[in-house]
Ligand binder design. Structure first.
Ligand SMILES: Nc1nc2c(c(=O)[nH]1)N[C@@H](CNc1ccc(C(=O)N[C@@H](CCC(=O)N[C@@H](CCC(=O)N[C@@H](CCC(=O)O)C(=O)O)C(=O)O)C(=O)O)cc1)CN2
Ligand SMILES: [Zn+2]
Length: 766
């Protein structure tokens, strides 16, 4: 008994770095949105949260895990939680008395205060809130949330391991404001707080604590190996602390792992899906527990158990002890395959969502201790499933490959933008500083209910079409009344800008309930790109031409680009992404050609995920950008010079890839700018970017409606960087998450600001 206890305290065998928290049926989404709407109170929200945590811990314990991550729950985002933990919320929310409301104000803004910026979490489609570190930010530990979770878990008998974002990653992902130095320069201010946190967690009964340091797999800062060694030498020297696991993921930590090996931390977690075992062997980890992420935490393919066990067995002699884990938190995959009854049986056998991954981790950890034969049934089932996947004819379609082989550079090269411009200007006849929107209009619950009714058979396709057409007519009217120049149909028929296309393309499967958190309460169901991709029939032409039939102003067709379709799907892992991207590009190209033929004068191909897929290591970037740019150009290179091609990008820092954005050679690029305070403007001057651009002039992810003056100020600022002949006026992104009243007001103000600034420009010129 005492032996057993010692063993569980000093090491463990099976775990995950973290789990999803939105709830298997999006319980948290519904509760949080109900709280925001004032339909439930804080106590009811807390109760839902408690239940979600309890259910997920129980599930991990039942799966056989002997160490369970806690504090991976969040009401909105784990970076925001860490800012709260470290006393680093922005001063502008300090006056809000209730902690939960203060927290949500920092996340979403209120009428009075702007929210934190939001950006992509490494190379995923999860968005975190960017903490602001000003010259006066003075950190202070407030461990209430993590201590509460720890106490809740311990009361339930869960072997709880609190998880906190580590100091290097926290600062590397934060943003300096008010003229402050780079946040990482504050590392020495933070370390005493982490030491204090360790003491409080030990006091709270934690045997282990996990500090997440995914920044250690990136090239985001200089000298990360030295920094990691210094930081973790100091933290591991803390006098009162639980055992310390430093968890990396999303890539190979390389020399940073060796650096951690030289410190007195007890364990390191490594991603053996994105990285290799070589760097683990090369680092001296003979006295460490290595938490080996051999089960993919962010893709959905069933694990090759034989290969994973071989890798673990090969690693074992080189490390102190070995635990089995997923490569990263299962935040990035759906909860369970159970209930996905519409998937074809073969495909279902190739997949593992979070629940099934927990079982794989448990199987591997048992096999590591007791031998493969102990788990023979599991191994055999995995072998059989993988064999059927390798030979499925849908994965190797000759017609698709013939088309790829026939592609040549002329297919993705248009004439110069300056040669196209006069043709397009003549065809469109737009005013200077043209106004437009990014595509989607509010996805009202009436629209979603209509889609639900269609799915469950309570209305037929004809009735559904009528409802969507009515919606399109309303949106056209709204835009005409607001005075916009280039209209859109509003995308009411789309459940999501990727899933909608995936549902109509060969080579994809959509899930019924495979929800994954994208940010806050917003979720997506990433489709599964499993086979060769082709477009059997037009996907958008009917809706777009219907919209055009209702107005004399130009209507912009709206498609999603190949890079974004890949980024927001679960993609096959049996061929290079570059090949898969070209297949998707050809499918989108077919659609652009059909739209043009139907008389659509402007086609927008969205690539909001271009920056997201940029490799975390500089050495891998050129190869990625090459296939990303080529696939976009294949998608858009089939239309005439007079057809205006737009693209749209959002939710990332684009400075680094501005050259690649220019190389897409879209005639017009709309790009998120307002939520990040128009910082992108520096990169949009003529030298870096010759074509037309629309830096977003208002933030659409906050319910706050900006004033005309505010928008006009943004416009004047934009005109400092971009000449009037190149400048378009549009919001940051699509409007689907907003309410119709917010959108109506905001667009009227946007057009009013445009009119004002056009007059100013004309007065100056004349
Ligand atoms: N894939 C993807 N990634 C993206 C974006 C994006 O648009 N798509 N945008 C950026 C920001 N991320 C976003 C992600 C999600 C949402 C979003 O609005 N999601 C919706 C769900 C969208 C959806 O799939 N809707 C379906 C199903 C909706 C639903 O919940 N239906 C109900 C029934 C209908 C009802 O009564 O409302 C149900 O199934 O229970 C539909 O419209 O058909 C949500 O969380 O609320 C917005 C932005 C970056 N990443
Ligand atoms: Zn966008």
């Amino acid at each position: 008994m005492s032996d057993d206890k010692t063993r569980t305290n000093t090491t463990f065998h099976a775990t995950v770095p973290g789990v999803a928290r939105i709830g298997a049926n999006r319980e948290l989404k519904r509760a949080v949105e109900a709280y925001w709407a004032g339909r439930i109170d804080a106590a009811a929200l807390t109760q839902t949260a408690d239940g979600i945590r309890r259910d997920s811990w129980n599930q991990l314990v039942q799966a056989g895990f002997d160490s369970v991550p806690v504090n991976t729950f969040s009401y909105y985002d784990q970076m925001l939680d860490t800012a709260v933990l470290l006393g680093a919320l922005p001063p502008r929310v300090a006056g809000i008395a209730h902690p939960l409301d203060r927290y949500f104000a920092a996340a979403r803004g209120t009428d009075e205060v702007a929210p934190l910026e939001m950006t992509k979490w490494f190379d995923t489609n999860y968005h975190y809130l960017v903490p602001e570190i000003g010259p006066d930010t003075s950190f202070a530990v407030d461990a209430t949330a993590v201590l509460n979770e720890l106490a809740q878990a311990r009361a339930l008998g869960v072997p709880a391991r609190p998880v906190v974002i580590g100091p290097i990653t926290f600062l590397a992902l934060s943003k300096a404001v008010g003229g402050a130095q780079a946040p990482l320069s504050r590392i020495d201010d933070l370390l005493p707080l982490y030491v204090e946190l360790l003491a409080q967690l030990a006091e709270g009964g934690a045997q282990w604590v996990q500090f997440d340091e995914p920044t250690l797999v990136t090239d985001q800062a200089e000298g990360l190996a030295e920094l990691a060694e210094r930081v973790y030498t100091e933290l591991s020297a803390a006098s009162a602390r639980p055992r310390l696991l430093v968890q990396t993921y999303f890539g190979e930590a390389g020399d940073r792992l060796a650096a951690l090996g030289r410190t007195a931390v007890d364990a390191v977690g490594v991603d053996l899906v994105a990285g290799t075992a070589d760097s683990v062997v090369a680092a001296d980890l003979a006295d460490k527990l290595v938490v080996a992420g051999v089960v993919d935490g962010r893709n959905v393919w069933r694990t090759d158990l034989d290969r994973a066990l071989d890798a673990l067995t090969a690693l074992r002699p080189h490390v102190g002890s070995l635990a089995v884990s997923t490569s990263c938190s299962t935040l990035h995959v759906p909860y369970t395959l159970r209930g996905e009854s519409q998937l074809d049986a073969a495909l279902a056998g190739w997949l593992a969502f979070a629940d099934e991954k927990f079982a794989e981790v448990a199987t591997l950890s048992r096999a590591l201790v007791h031998g493969r034969d102990d788990q023979a049934g599991q191994f055999e089932a995995a072998r059989l499933a993988l064999a059927t996947r390798a030979t499925d004819p849908r994965l190797h379609v000759a017609a698709v490959h013939d088309r790829l082989d026939a592609l040549e550079p002329a297919d993705w090269t248009r004439t110069t933008a300056s040669a196209r411009r006069p043709l397009q200007d003549a065809a469109l006849n737009l005013p200077v500083l043209p106004t437009t929107t990014i595509g989607s209009y509010p996805q009202t619950s009436a629209i979603r209910q209509a889609r639900h009714a269609l799915r469950t058979g309570s209305i037929d396709a004809c009735k559904y079409r009528n409802r969507i057409q009515r919606e399109i007519a309303d949106v056209i009217e709204l835009q005409e009344k607001a005075g916009l120049d280039v209209l859109v149909h509003g995308e009411p028929e789309r459940n999501d800008m990727v899933q909608y296309f995936a549902e109509q393309l060969d080579g994809f499967f959509a899930t019924a309930n495979g929800w994954v958190q994208s940010y806050g309460s917003r979720c997506v169901r990433p489709p599964i790109l499993f086979g060769d991709v082709a477009r059997p029939t037009p996907m958008t032409v009917g809706w777009t031409t219907y919209a055009q039939s209702l107005t004399s102003r130009p209507v912009k067709g709206m498609l999603t680009g190949p890079v974004t379709i890949l980024a927001w799907s679960f993609v096959r892992d049996d061929q290079p992404a570059a090949v898969t991207a070209r297949q998707v590009a050809l499918a989108i190209r077919d659609e652009t050609v059909d739209l043009e033929r139907a008389g659509v004068p402007i086609i927008q191909v969205d690539e909001p995920a271009l920056r997201e897929l940029l490799p975390l290591r500089a050495a891998d970037r050129d190869a990625y950008l090459d296939w990303a740019i080529t696939s976009f150009r294949i998608a858009t290179g089939g239309v005439a010079d007079a057809t205006q091609v737009h693209t749209h990008l959002c939710y990332s820092e684009f400075g680094e890839v501005i050259g690649a954005i220019a190389a897409l050679d879209a005639d017009v690029t709309s790009i998120e700018a307002a939520r990040s305070h128009m910082e992108i403007l520096d990169d949009l001057n003529e030298a870096g970017f010759a074509n037309q651009v629309g830096p977003g002039v208002y933030d659409i992810h906050s319910p706050r409606v900006p004033s005309t003056d505010e928008i006009a100020d943004s416009l004047r600022e934009a005109l400092q960087a971009v000449s009037a002949e190149r400048l378009w006026i549009n919001p940051d992104c699509g409007l689907k998450t907003r309410r119709t009243d917010e959108v109506t007001a905001a667009l009227r103000r946007m057009v009013a600001a445009a009119v004002l600034v056009r007059e100013e420009a004309a007065a100056l010129a004349g």
